[in-house]
Write a protein that binds this ligand. Structure first.
Ligand SMILES: Cc1cc2nc3c(=O)[nH]c(=O)nc-3n(C[C@H](O)[C@H](O)[C@H](O)COP(=O)(O)O)c2cc1C
Length: 205
């Protein structure tokens, strides 16, 4: 039930609070690869999500390269569909690889399309987001900090902690794509809890 989260009601002590409904989270993966570790991380997050959180995963494979001339003729359908899903989601969950110490072009390109104002609408504006990533030795740390920088201009609002940086990704997943390490599973679980709490806090403000 996209966008169902966040019905407000008066409470004891006269303070508004948010009645929990289903929190709809859109997962966005920075890798198109079928065997992507970041895709596995997102699917693990789906399994670890609490009952009041549903995570769907966006498909970036049909998003064309950003081109202002194309944009001027009307948004491509895959871009329009992604914008609708971003807007409808209560929160976003990025899982990004690190390419050359930054985020992959695939992810940056999709963000560039969605960041464009269309009919005065900015789907990222004020959106609560969480970041995680699976990569090599530093577990996408540098890419995630670049993604945080992108969040500044687009006014996405990332949770700060915990940081989920899965190093040596090729060792971390079992044959079914599950995380082998219990501590890493706990970190993903905590990140989802932080995202839910952050989303509630923003909605209540
Ligand atoms: C073009 C390219 C650049 C890469 N640069 C980095 C890098 O800077 N840091 C890093 O940790 N891994 C780097 N890698 C390795 C990726 O992190 C690794 O391939 C990862 O598994 C990709 O994510 P995926 O499994 O979700 O597709 C690079 C891979 C590619 C293809």
């Amino acid at each position: 039930m996209p966008g169902a989260f966040g019905a407000c009601a008066p409470t004891v002590a006269g303070r508004a609070y948010v009645v929990s409904a289903v929190l709809s989270v859109l997962g966005i993966c920075g890798s198109l690869r079928k065997g992507s570790y970041n895709g596995m991380l997102l699917r693990e997050a789906q399994r670890l999500a609490p009952p009041d959180t549903s995570i769907e995963i966006a498909d970036l494979s049909e998003i064309p390269l950003y081109n202002g001339d194309v944009e001027a003729q009307g948004l491509p359908s895959a871009v329009r569909a992604l914008r609708v899903r971003v807007r409808a989601a209560d929160a976003l969950l990025f899982a990004t690889p690190e390419y050359n110490y930054s985020i992959p072009g695939v992810l940056k390109n999709a963000i560039d399309w969605v960041s464009r104002p269309v009919d005065g609408e900015l789907p990222f504006d004020g959106k609560p987001v969480a970041l995680m990533g699976a990569g090599a030795r530093l577990g996408t740390a540098r890419a995630q900090y670049h993604l945080r920088q992108v969040c500044v201009y687009t006014n996405m609002l990332p949770v700060n902690k915990p940081e989920v940086m899965v190093a040596n990704a090729w060792e971390q997943f079992d044959k079914d794509g599950g995380l082998r390490d219990e501590k890493t599973r706990q970190l993903v679980t905590q990140l989802l809890a932080s995202l839910a709490a952050w989303t509630r806090r923003l909605r209540a403000a």
